[in-house]
Design a protein around this ligand. Structure first.
Ligand code: ADP
Ligand code: ZN
Ligand code: ZN
Length: 738
């Protein structure tokens, strides 16, 4: 038999399995972690398949070196299947798939030392070297090359002749992993709380989920309910039901910042059997939690995106809270969509998935419409607490009246009131990236692409500026007047959080502000610290980007201000209306969660836009109908899916040439298919990043199954063709287009 081994190499993406002979003394199984020779190195990998020798290539194979199962757990069959799924669906490498399903520390770092071999002689090696190797029990390759000036070819020859031998000692980055694995579970005592008596709507939803759990067929529910409608209580009780049936469960939240709150709530219900997983944990913490799950000491997992790969067995229920959030898309290889992985795992385990949201993504609702998902609703807030009163402020009016402050009169007064009463406010700015758009201050329209209905972005090329649609590549000179009203007051648009903070200090002397954005929350624990300060009333205003939009719950917040709704409304993305609607509904849900009534003030240049109007009324259905009509007319998702290729190279010409070649290959493969649209090679939304030029090619299609082979073939072909320095990445089911 031979073993087919997946190897994870950081430096270069390895995209095949490697064949090794299995020495007779080794008892290996599929999934085992093994050490193998790789070039002149020794690396670890996992056996993904066993084959009889005849099937293997005729060339000479090297044997596996040793089994690592005493140190590193073997892969469950599900994990291997899942790697195949990731590879198949997202066209990633084996290495990337392996990295994704393992916590970082199970990857053993090997440090090979050269030691004296059986045929070592002083004549061959020299007196000094022999003495050194004896004294220090070997030497690293670096030492031999640098200090003893031995070239690498010589080393290989000596290895072959057994003059030198490689001794592989294992140093995990954690040191003694066994001690850690035994960890500190059971140390903490939890005061458990009892489940709440469910409302009628909750009861109905809960029963449906329980019924599906009993039936043990995989099924997906959409739990649609505004913030405060009691979704989390339904999750908790459904999870409890699954646990009682001897199953395990998983609860995913969109932001790491939210895991802490959710974790606390889960521990009050389930105690020490809850594990938490997210990327901000230290390696040690991550490993501890991962191992607790693997050993079945924890059977409930709370976590962010990557927790979907938690090594739970017998999964009964997977909950994805705020399922519409973009953070559920992984933006590095493999570029997976959490919902898809969840559905895959649910199918494997005959488990139930709940997608919860106040504003389900259009993709999800479309599946409800088509009968693939089952809709459950919680139409009211618990205790019939009113939703925040939403006031839309027309910034065009403010401008006309000569108020040029970042804060309208209404928002200014409301802030003064909050300060006077000692209450708190959240100010929200949805600025992401550095895209600059043109916005007419008189009619509120943004400059959009004539073909795509997507905002044009401003680019500086040489000394002059031009407008570009980064979807189709359409370009035009900078507009002087507004295309819809003829006004000349057409300006670049966008303020940063820093600028708003400054304006707050100027207009409200003595105001205490906490600014939360990517600049201020980089450090570990920064989120929690800032939110804690706000909670303790150490600030009047919490000012931030989308990271403050959801899930957070503060009793003293009576005002939520959206400084410029237009920023998200006109992002150069066909999803901008959807994002804006989702955001406004979420942010509105932050106010008035407790005794004090809440209000929201939304400043915008487009008060009549359907996303803004629907958000004011919190009318999901109205928004859904309008937006779906737009998507259908333009053939955007969810009516299609988009695969995006990105080609990067230091030379713009090379990047473009490869992109063009890729475009041609796609044309050849998919010629004449009318359900497929291939967009020309155009500069990516960020055309140049760290000195590297980036081009993109996009394909829109109605069924991935029908284009998969063609897309895979073209991608592989281009990878093989591309010379060094060219980076080609693929994003199947691309979510963000800027
Ligand atoms: P969501 O997840 O939809 O935002 P939650 O489950 O967090 O809603 O519920 C909102 C608030 O209402 C929480 O404080 C929760 O404790 C409370 N709550 C939820 N369900 C009930 C219930 N059946 N009876 C009383 N209070 C409830
Ligand atoms: Zn105009
Ligand atoms: Zn366009």
């Amino acid at each position: 038999m031979i073993a087919k081994v997946a190897i994870e190499l950081r430096a270069k993406p390895v995209d095949r399995l490697y064949d090794y002979l299995i020495p007779e003394e080794l008892q290996v199984q599929v999934g085992d972690c093994v050490e193998v020779p790789f070039g002149t190195r020794v690396v670890t990998g996992y056996i993904l398949a066993l084959e009889s020798e005849k099937q293997a290539a005729q060339r000479e194979l090297r044997p596996l070196l040793r089994l690592m199962t005493d140190q590193t757990p073997s892969l469950e069959p599900e994990m291997i299947e899942m790697m195949r799924f990731l590879k198949d669906r997202y066209l990633c490498t084996w290495g990337a798939a392996l990295q994704t399903i393992l916590p970082p520390v199970t990857r053993v770092k090997t440090s090979a030392r050269y030691v004296l071999g059986e045929f070592a002689t002083e004549a061959e090696l020299g007196v000094a070297l022999v003495a050194y190797l004896k004294r220090y029990k070997g030497a690293t390759k670096k030492t031999l090359v640098d200090q003893f000036a031995i070239n690498k070819r010589q080393l290989d020859t000596w290895l072959q002749q057994n003059v030198l031998r490689l001794d592989v000692s294992h140093r995990s980055r954690l040191g003694k992993r066994r001690v850690i694995a035994e960890g500190k579970q059971g140390e903490q005592a939890f005061e458990l709380e009892v489940p709440l008596a469910l409302s009628l709507a909750q009861e109905i939803a809960y029963r449906e989920v329980c019924k599906a759990l009993d039936q043990q067929v995989s099924q997906t529910f959409v739990l649609h309910g505004v913030t405060g409608s009691g979704k989390t209580e339904v999750y908790l009780q459904a999870i409890e039901y699954a646990l009682r049936a001897g199953k395990t469960a998983m609860m995913l939240v969109p932001e790491i910042a939210l895991t802490t709150q959710m974790m606390a709530r889960f521990q009050r219900r389930f105690g020490a059997r809850v594990a938490v997983l997210h990327s901000r944990l230290t390696d040690r913490e991550k490993y501890e939690e991962w191992y607790r799950i693997l050993r079945q000491e924890a059977d409930v997992v709370v976590g962010a995106r990557s927790a979907i790969f938690a090594p739970l067995r017998k999964i009964g229920l997977i909950v994805i809270d705020e399922e519409h959030e973009q953070t559920y898309k992984q933006e590095t290889e493999p570029r997976y969509v959490v919902r898809e992985v969840a559905e895959w795992r649910a199918k494997y385990h005959q488990a139930v998935v709940i997608l919860g949201s106040a504003t389900p993504s259009l993709e999800t609702m479309y599946r409800v419409e088509r009968g693939r998902y089952t809709l459950l609703s919680l139409p009211q807030r618990i205790g019939e607490r009113a939703l925040a009163d939403v006031q839309i402020v027309d910034m065009r009016e403010e401008f006309r009246k000569g108020h040029h402050s970042l804060f309208s009169q209404a928002l200014t007064h409301a802030l003064q009131e909050v300060l006077a009463k000692g209450e708190q406010a959240i100010l929200f700015l949805n600025r992401r990236g550095y895209t600059t758009i043109l916005l007419c201050r008189d009619c509120g329209e943004a400059a959009t692409c004539p073909d795509c209905d997507i905002s044009l972005t401003l680019h500086k090329v040489g000394g002059s500026s031009l407008l570009r649609c980064h979807f189709c590549g359409h370009t035009e000179p900078l507009r002087e007047v507004c295309a819809s009203c003829g006004s000349e007051r057409i300006r670049q648009f966008g303020a940063g959080t820093q600028k708003i903070e400054q304006a707050l200090f100027e207009q409200f002397p003595g105001i205490r502000v906490i600014r939360m954005d990517v600049d201020t929350t980089g450090k570990k624990g920064a989120h929690e610290q800032m939110l804690g300060e706000f909670e303790r009333n150490e600030a009047d205003v919490l000012l931030g980007t989308q990271m403050i939009a959801k899930g957070l719950d503060f009793a003293r917040v009576t005002l939520v201000g959206v400084v410029a709704a237009d920023i998200s409304l006109h992002l150069p993305d066909f999803r901008s209306a959807e994002r804006t609607f989702q955001l406004l509904v979420q942010v509105g849900g932050r106010a008035g969660r407790h005794e004090m009534p809440g209000r929201m003030i939304v400043q915008t240049f487009s008060p009549e836009h359907y996303a803004i109007c629907a958000a004011k009324k919190q009318d999901y259905d109205q928004f859904y109908q309008t937006e779906m009509a737009v998507r259908k007319a333009m053939q955007y998702p969810p009516y299609t899916e988009i695969t995006q290729f990105l080609i990067a190279h230091a030379s713009e010409q090379v990047a473009y040439n490869i992109a063009y070649l890729l475009y041609e290959e796609l044309q050849n493969e998919l010629f004449g298919r009318n359900e497929v649209r291939i967009l020309a090679a155009v500069p990516a939304s960020i055309p140049r990043l760290r000195g590297v030029y980036r081009y993109q090619v996009m394909v829109l299609y109605t069924s991935f199954a029908r284009v998969k082979e063609a897309i895979t073939r073209v991608y592989r072909k281009m990878l093989a063709k591309a010379k060094s320095g060219v980076v080609i990445t693929v994003d199947v089911n691309a979510q963000m287009l800027f």
